[in-house]
Design a protein. Sequence first.
Length: 280
Amino acid sequence: MTHTIGIDIGSGAVKSTLFRTDDDGSIHWLAKRCERIRRRDPMTLASEGRDAVLADAGLAANDIDYIATTGEGENVKFATGHFYSMTTHARGGVFLRPGISAVVDVGALNGRAIYVDERGKVLSYKMTSQCASGSGQFLENIARYLGVAVEEIGSLSRSSVDPEKVSSICAVLAETDVINMVSRGISTPDILKGIHVSMASRIVKLLKVTGIKSGTALLTGGLALDEGLLAAVQEEMVAEKVPVEVASHSDSIYAGAIGAALWGAYRHEKLQELQQRAAA
């Protein structure tokens, strides 16, 4: 059997997972941990995440065969290897929901749509710019300005009656739009739903560019559990007549860390095969 740890260092949180892959190929998810960065050192959080999943699984450091990082984790000193986040989100998405055709990673700073095959191989992708207002950090900033807890955003958005769409792509200009909306007396639910509608429009455009024609797209990343965003994307798919189902998963935020752990197991297996051939 093989034990691997995947660590995904994002802009807003550090996610850690621990997996066991048996000799027959069966995969077992043993532990997980997520810590918001909040001005803390991501490298320290990565180390703490590793120790936490080891403790939760009842394993020692020398029981681990491979530690894989992704996202901004290429400088983690105790890691065995690093994987590009697009490939890890693709693999992690397929693990969470087998049979999907695409993964939409909506993170703190940007979003991207990834067209995948049944194994999680990336077929094509499209990414937003760093300045785009369709990001988790932008939404969190707006929520703070409106005096709304992040956990309330989704339910408030879904209670909207007349959403006010934000048209600006630039996050700075979009924030100005929101300030103007508040001064005009636009309600908080209508502002939040308007932001979700704007984000959903960009997400659907990204998906269409990848070439996906049907199937299911899984939301991953920090905004994957935002029920207001999910609803807005589903509505936009219908409006744009795109026959793709959009879904989320309770563990969507761990997709990158899951993919890193699983790719780490695959790489470890290949390295073992090479060593055996060399010794023969």
